[in-house]
Design a protein around this ligand. Structure first.
Ligand code: PEP
Ligand code: MG
Length: 584
């Protein structure tokens, strides 16, 4: 048995069979060949080598003509790897000795090579890893005789293992067949993590390289609470996890009673707990888990799950569905926030070396008027069906917010007015506070904004200069770091003094021990994934605001995230002993 450890980003325990999404999206299940057909299988492999060789040589020659010898050398180097007698004999030997199919033998041998090389931190070696993957992809394509096989082929429940999954791949997964997800890369704030939680699929990211040691069909245990992943577990571990899985379900059921209760602290302060959603169907979950409203509808996922952009009517129906489901409860629709790890080449064709700092959020919307206008029209049209509010993402300057609110939205309002299409002209217009510049200039924004929502996922990323989706720097991405906590305190105090309502919709709002800090910093409203709502209500009902304030005061005097985390959890051990040790 092997055990790897990653970052737990969506809770729950899964026990099932591995489905390995190979580097290029091919599915290479463990397949065996009859003893009599082994030589034919080796010949099939060697034929694929010939075809790949021919292709690479053609690439080399055309690159030489177009770009010169230096670039042609890239393909020359690939040819040397492909034609390395040792590589070929290793793969042939595996077919003969283990009766593996050629595809599986290629994946195993080349996977081992990349696995070994990946451990060496050196940019030259990193390039070699890419070369090997390129060759592997080529060989597999010739062997399979098909184009890239997508995850849409899943037809039975599996645990999905991948080097990385893009947000669109995750958004398009068929939840019925994915028991859990494990990725070698990725960080806690990435959108793949957020989506897995939205889909309620247990998920562990950032394990580092381990896929080379797993075969399709291997038995796995994924613990989305602790981040442990067991490959081919022994009977004892399996039995233990069957018991843990049962206990986990009982614990989740015990939270059921909190769905219908209000989040009122022991000293009588009512906390608003809203839901973050990515898909319209989640409005049902929001209600089911007891949300006071939808605090964040990430509308970019309406685009990511399809090949063409939604029409104005499609937007309109999605928003109307959410508003009608929520009845008289408020719904905050955030205009699309492409970019960063939700990069969509369809909407931003610019080549950006640093997309998190590039054309994303409101920056992109203001430049893509056709796209933005359609969405604004749909939101305004839907605004007559309930308490709908609009929110703009990634605002970094007052000018941007004014352009979005006073120019863009106003123009669309005028248009609808001329067309005699009804809308709510008093619609509340707010902004995400997720860029440090906005937090610093908040008093100025307070002149225009009807409400603020703190986006801690990005606020931590930009305050700490740490990519929220990068497992290499994940230790720096912490909701307990005193720097973002100080910023949150500032945001809440400016909002209060300017009488602008403020909430928080980053992942932090769904973590019980973080909620204690947030209440202590003065927040009275949070928005989190529907599934986290009962936990948040539960912690609110176990504590007093006075305790939270004392905890936050002391935490803010500390200088590092670990001390703060340990301190808060220790305090909770005394204040809410019944909850200690749970998913805090
Ligand atoms: C955030 O940044 O905290 C946030 C809620 O927005 P997103 O995660 O979609 O960037
Ligand atoms: Mg954000």
């Amino acid at each position: 048995m092997n055990m790897v450890h990653g970052i737990p980003v969506s809770s729950g325990i899964a026990i099932g069979k591995a489905f390995v999404q190979a580097t290029e999206g091919f599915r290479i299940p463990k397949q065996f060949i009859d003893a009599g057909a082994l030589e034919a299988e080796v010949a099939r492999f060697l034929h694929a080598v010939d075809l790949a060789q021919h292709e690479i040589a053609m690439n080399r020659d055309s690159t030489r003509v177009a770009l010169g010898q230096t670039f042609a050398d890239i393909f020359e180097a690939q040819l040397q790897i492909l034609l390395d007698p040792k590589l070929q004999s290793d793969i042939s030997a595996l077919i003969r000795s283990n009766s593996f199919s050629a595809e599986h033998a290629v994946t195993v041998v080349m996977g081992r090579h990349t696995d070994t090389l990946q451990k060496i931190k050196n940019s030259y070696i990193a390039e070699k890893v890419n070369d090997i993957r390129d060759i592997e992809k080529r060989l597999l394509r010739h062997l399979l005789g098909v184009d890239k096989e997508t995850l849409a082929v899943l037809k039975a429940p599996v645990i999905l293992l991948a080097t990385n999954l893009t947000p669109s791949e995750t958004a398009n997964l068929d939840k019925r067949f994915v028991q859990a997800i494990v990725t070698e890369s990725g960080g806690p704030g990435g959108h793949t993590a957020i989506l897995a939680a939205a889909l309620e699929i247990p998920c562990v990211v950032g394990t580092g390289p381990f896929l080379a040691n797993v075969d399709g069909g291997d038995m796995l245990i994924v613990d989305g609470n602790s981040g442990h992943v067991y490959v081919r577990p022994g009977k004892e571990t399996l039995d233990q996890y069957h018991r843990l899985k049962e206990a986990d379900s009982t614990r989740i059921e015990s939270l059921d009673s909190f769905k219908t209760l209000e989040a009122v602290t022991k000293d009588g302060t009512r906390i608003d707990v809203h839901a973050n959603i990515e898909f319209p169907f989640e409005a049902d979950n929001a209600l089911l888990y007891g949300a006071d409203g939808v605090g964040l509808f990430r509308t970019e996922f309406l685009y990511l799950t399809r090949k063409t952009d939604p029409t104005e009517d499609e937007h309109f129906h999605a928003y109307k569905q959410v508003i009608e489901t929520m009845g008289d409860k408020p719904v905050v629709i955030r205009t699309f926030d492409f970019g960063d790890d939700k990069a969509s080449g369809r909407h931003n064709s610019a080549v950006e070396h640093n997309p998190a700092l590039g054309l994303r959020g409101i920056r992109l919307a203001l430049r893509r008027w056709n796209l933005f206008r359609i969405q604004l029209r749909a939101i305004l049209r839907a605004s007559v069906y309930g308490d709908l509010r609009i929110m703009f993402p990634l605002i970094s300057t007052v000018k941007e917010f004014r352009q979005a609110k006073r120019t863009a939205l106003r123009e669309v309002m005028d248009e609808l007015h001329d067309e005699q299409i009804p809308f709510n002209a008093q619609l509340k217009v707010g902004m995400m506070v997720e860029v440090p510049s906005a937090a610093i200039m908040l008093d100025k924004f307070a002149e225009d904004a009807d409400f603020f929502s703190i986006g801690t996922n990005d606020l931590i990323q930009y305050t700490m200069a740490v990519d929220r989706g990068n497992s290499n720097v994940n230790e720096l991405f912490s909701a307990e770091d005193p720097a973002p906590l100080r910023l949150i305190r500032r945001i809440v105090s400016v909002s209060d003094s300017r009488k602008v309502p403020v909430s928080l919709c980053g992942q932090m709002g769904g973590t019980p021990h973080s909620v204690v800090l947030l209440l202590g910093l003065g927040l009275r409203s949070v928005s989190c994934s529907p599934r986290s709502i009962p936990k948040v209500k539960q912690i609110c009902r176990y504590i007093t605001v006075a305790d939270c304030q004392a905890i936050a005061r002391k935490a803010l005097r500390m200088s590092n995230a670990k001390d703060i985390r340990d301190y808060v959890k220790n305090k909770l051990k005394y204040l809410a002993p019944e909850l200690y040790g749970e998913d805090m």
